[in-house]
Design a protein around this ligand. Structure first.
Ligand code: NAD
Ligand code: DAU
Length: 331
């Protein structure tokens, strides 16, 4: 199988490429990645010589056409992915997430290539803390931020191209990922690397916000289940029953890193901050038989802390610029 992975030098995409090379030697992988601030060629070092990297933009129709016409499957991870950045400057989100997805859809349509679209649970908006409901594929779209609204837009394009043009597509909407190779702008790596630097973790607002954490390896094994067994035109929600509030995440990181559980600072809240996400992955589990492997968040967090401790040369070049961006926001 010839596979094109967009965004394969980012966090989840690079882990997907590692997993694919490790477990599926019959798959020939090409990565298309613009290597924005969030992409890092070094994230592909573990598969050096085993994949091809095409540096370029998913919004470039000629480049996209050239790459798509030679593959059997596109798995589309490339995106602007950080909510805080989208509140500061939404345009790159519209350009990459909406126009970039459009260009890919037109190319897979022309060449009749199977397409899997990676999306987020944030398209469904948020839930109250005490709401017994969780997101299902039938939950109405209600995105809050520029980031999540562009991801919702891209999902709707995929649905329309599947229905109107017969594009062979599936969509997955996953909850918050953690694990190795995640950019230090994101919550968990930011706090781990702060503690390594002797800086107190930063908790937005009250810290009561809940995210539904899943290890990146589990997200990616679910994506392969959908590629292999999912029904065309369908949406699958990916989650591993990992709801934890932000205060507990910070306290656990501090404890695992030998600090006092209260050694963190509360900082300005994110405007429009979604309160809670929660995934009901029944369809994925019952229809496709998928199960997560990382069931203990604390163990997964300890392994992630160890990864950041032993890979300082990977994250260090990004740390100062990231914190400088947060300083402007008072966060
Ligand atoms: P990331 O920011 O770490 O990586 C994004 C990658 O896309 C980078 O390598 C970047 O260089 C590349 N990219 C950006 N714009 C591009 C463009 N115009 N052309 C080509 N490449 C471009 O993001 P991530 O956290 O790995 O997320 C990957 C996907 O998964 C995104 O679609 C995101 O919406 C989705 N997702 C993320 C999470 C999460 O918790 N991180 C959860 C659910 C879904
Ligand atoms: O739910 C899936 C989404 O998860 C993905 O679609 C996004 O691409 C991904 O970035 C993530 O979005 P969040 O906004 O939930 O992730 P983030 O890591 O930015 O923040 C997680 C929570 O932690 C959120 O409630 C905000 C809070 N936070 C974040 C940072 C960076 C803090 O309290 N302090 C911080 O320093």
């Amino acid at each position: 199988m010839r596979l094109l992975v967009t965004g394969g030098a980012g966090f989840i995409g690079s882990n997907f490429v590692h997993q694919t090379v490790r477990e599926r030697p019959d798959v020939h992988v090409t990565v298309l990645d613009a290597l924005t601030y969030a992409g890092d060629e070094r994230s592909l070092d573990p598969v050096d010589g085993k994949v091809v990297l095409a540096k370029g933009d998913i919004a470039d129709p000629d480049l996209v056409d050239t790459l798509v016409k030679d593959v059997d499957l596109v798995v589309h991870f490339a995106a602007e992915s950080h909510n805080d950045n989208s509140l500061h400057d939404p345009w790159p989100f519209v350009r990459t997430n909406v126009i970039g997805t459009y260009q890919l859809l037109e190319a897979v349509r022309r060449h009749d290539v199977r397409f899997h679209h990676i999306s987020t649970d944030e398209v469904y908006g948020d839930l109250e803390l005490d709401d017994p409901a969780r997101f299902t594929p039938d939950t109405p779209y209600n995105p809050s931020s520029p980031y999540s609204s562009t991801k919702a837009s891209s999902d709707l394009l995929v649905r329309a191209w599947a229905r109107s043009f017969g594009v062979r597509a599936t969509i997955s909407n996953c909850s918050n990922n953690y694990g190795p190779f995640q950019h230090v702008e994101k919550f968990i790596p930011r706090q781990i690397t702060n503690v390594i630097d002797g800086v107190r973790p930063k908790l937005y607002g009250t810290g009561e916000n809940v995210r539904d954490w899943i290890h990146v390896e589990d997200h990616n094994s679910a994506v392969w289940s959908i590629i292999e067994k999912g029904r065309l035109g369908e949406t699958y929600l990916i989650g591993a029953d990992g709801e934890v509030d932000n205060t507990t995440v910070v306290e656990t990181i501090l404890e695992l890193m030998g600090q006092g559980a209260d050694a963190y600072d509360r900082v300005n809240d994110r405007p429009g901050h979604d309160l809670r996400y929660a995934i009901d992955a029944t369809k994925l589990r019952t229809e496709l038989g998928w199960e997560p492997r990382y069931r203990d968040f604390r163990d997964g967090l300890a392994a992630t802390i160890e990864w950041y401790r032993t890979h300082e040369s990977w994250w260090r070049p990004q740390k100062d610029a990231t914190e400088a961006r947060y300083a402007v926001l008072g966060r």
